[in-house]
Design a protein around this ligand. Structure first.
Ligand code: OOB
Length: 561
């Protein structure tokens, strides 16, 4: 247990002291760091395998040593406790070693997604005032080293670029020197661990919000709250030392990182297997080869695994016991196909980087598992389902979800204005989801009242895309809405009105966004030019009408009627 007082970082919204005290007294918050829990497992089973990435296999002791080397390298690069580091890596063992290295010395990783590009990374670095950025060399044809230099040019606090892979052969004059991440992994360790051990109240990491505003918000997760998040998820997902977890969604996402995910497997002495993509062939082969017992996927990925297995019968073993599915609403028909094809029980997970995690229990009745998104993982999670005036609605009636609890922070990082909208004055977080609470306590996600498109679990803020559309000449009004997609659930469709004499194309909009360095998954996939936007009675743009319009257009095209 740490005896240090937490570092104060400007812009982190704390829980009220009386609530914090209650969480401590109830044993929800232990005043321990994330890495202290993993250190226990290192001491207990140093020679057990902790992490697998292709041919690389690391025992608990080896992973621990690599993470210490990483921590030393960060200190040598003059990073100090409380400093932020933008972390963008594919799923690989280095991701884990570096994340643990950060945790051990109180450096705070900002969990960027692999798909992010200049636009998002610059924003994340500037908002967090990051002093370092870690990227892979090249990803899907983009030179991320170049992107990192652009980020450093746009966010002046960045003074270190760490690269996973090959360094730039001949860096441009004036660019920030690149360091090799590989060289950080075998550094002799000199720092005194006890002097750096974070306090429970210290910031552990900054997660990204699903995003309903122009640019992603950051969520400050403390060691206390994240440790509790992991412990509760470990219990409900029944992880233990025999767990072999396949990490195939991007590891920087809360779901595969900590619900219970990679960190959960390491908390209980299990093993995590890292895969950079959930593409079905390699994923199914890996499940067999590594005797994976559990994985976490979005519904769109579950569907590709089912289809692939039906056709190619790659899974021959019976190791896979549980498939956690979440991130977007799973159609009930899909849920019913998982166990017969993949041989794994379904665990629905309805969670958010902002905190609250709901899960079905492994021994729930099939009806609950197949048709609800589960219930909170903690008895201390407070849930309210309310109408548009904030009044509770009866069970069985759809309403907006509000929540509070020991791992749901009370505000976004450095976003005071947005916090007044997303949080009530008494600290409830309004998730923007419309849910039905059943009398048995399980929640069913019935829709949402936030302006976001959920593209197979990847969240896109409508406002962000609309802002880009307005940069295209001729666009008068723009509205981004979700259109149904059989594979991803939703895709982004953009409605525009156009000034006389102009022609606006989807290409032109996509070009503006790519030129600005926006992640590919946010690009609109369809453009609808209309004479006027439908409006509600009070004169607001009526997105519901547009969603119905695009649904009708697609149905018409598919049936040809
Ligand atoms: C997870 O986290 P985020 O932060 O990317 O997105 C949160 C939002 C929720 O507010 C909800 O709108 C949607 O994603 N969502 C679901 C869902 N799980 C998440 N909607 C319907 N059904 C579900 N099962 O997506 C996330 C974080 C931790 C664990 C699992 C998912």
């Amino acid at each position: 247990m740490s005896t240090r007082t937490p570092l104060s970082i400007d812009g982190v919204v704390p829980w009220p002291e009386d609530v914090a005290e209650r969480y401590r007294r109830a044993g929800y918050w232990l005043d321990t760091s994330i890495t202290a829990h993993i250190a226990d497992q290192v001491a207990r089973r140093p020679h057990n395998e902790a992490l697998v990435d292709g041919p690389t296999r690391l025992t608990y002791q080896q992973l621990w040593d690599k993470s210490a080397s990483c921590a030393q390298a960060l200190l040598d690069l003059s990073l100090a406790p409380g400093d932020r580091l933008v972390l963008q890596l594919p799923n690989c063992w280095e991701f884990v070693a570096l994340t643990l290295g950060c945790f051990r010395i109180g450096v705070v990783p900002v969990m960027a997604l692999p798909a992010h590009r200049r636009h998002e990374l610059t924003h994340l670095a500037a908002l967090s005032e990051a002093v370092a950025i870690v990227v892979a060399d090249v990803d899907r044809g983009t030179d991320l080293r170049e992107v990192a230099q652009q980020v450093a040019a746009g966010a002046e606090t960045v003074r270190t670029v760490l690269v996973h892979g090959e360094l730039t052969a001949s860096p441009a004059v004036g660019s920030i020197p690149e360091r090799s991440l590989a060289a950080c992994m075998d550094n002799p360790v000199r720092f005194d661990e006890r002097a750096y051990e974070p306090a429970g109240g210290d910031l552990a990491c900054l997660l990204l919000s699903g995003g309903t505003t122009g640019l992603p918000k950051l969520i400050a997760r403390t060691h206390d709250d994240y440790v509790y998040n992991i412990r509760r998820c470990v219990d409900v997902a029944e992880f233990d030392e025999h767990t072999v977890y396949l990490g195939t969604l991007p590891a920087s996402h809360n779901f595969p990182l900590a619900c219970p995910g990679i960190l959960g497997a390491l908390f209980v002495g299990g093993r995590a297997v890292m895969l950079p993509s959930p593409a079905p062939e390699r994923a199914l082969r890996t499940i067999d080869a590594e005797a994976v017992t559990v994985s976490a996927v979005v519904p769109a990925v579950a569907q590709t695994w089912i289809e692939y297995q039906r056709e190619h019968h790659l899974l021959t073993g019976t190791s896979l016991r549980v498939l956690q599915i979440g991130g977007s609403r799973m159609p009930d028909e899909l849920a019913a196909r998982v166990e017969p094809t993949l041989g794994a029980r379904v665990q629905q997970v309805f969670g958010m980087a902002e905190g609250l995690i709901n899960m079905t229990r492994l021994d729930d009745d099939p009806e609950i598992i197949l048709s609800t998104q589960g219930r909170p993982v903690s008895e201390a999670d407070e849930i309210a389902v309310v109408d548009e005036h904030g009044n509770p609605v009866p069970d069985g009636t759809p309403g907006a979800l509000l929540t509070r609890g020991p791992y749901t922070p009370r505000g976004y990082f450095r976003a005071p204005e947005h916090n007044t909208r997303a949080f009530t004055s008494d600290g409830w977080y309004a998730s923007g989801d419309i849910v039905i609470r059943r009398p048995d306590g399980n929640l069913v996600v019935a829709g949402r009242d936030k302006d976001m498109i959920n593209r197979g679990g990847e969240k896109i803020s409508a406002e962000e895309v609309e802002n880009f559309a307005y940069q295209v000449e001729g666009v008068e009004m723009a509205a981004a809405v979700a259109m149904p997609d059989p594979k991803l659930g939703e895709k982004l469709c953009l409605y525009v009105t156009v000034a006389g004499g102009h022609e606006v194309t989807l290409d032109a909009i996509v070009r503006v966004m790519s030129d600005a360095g926006v992640a590919r998954f946010k690009m609109p996939e369809r453009l609808v030019v209309v004479d006027g936007m439908p409006t509600t009675k009070v004169g607001k743009i009526d997105k519901k009408a547009m969603r119905e319009d695009i649904r009708a257009r697609l149905a018409h095209e598919n049936t040809g009627v």
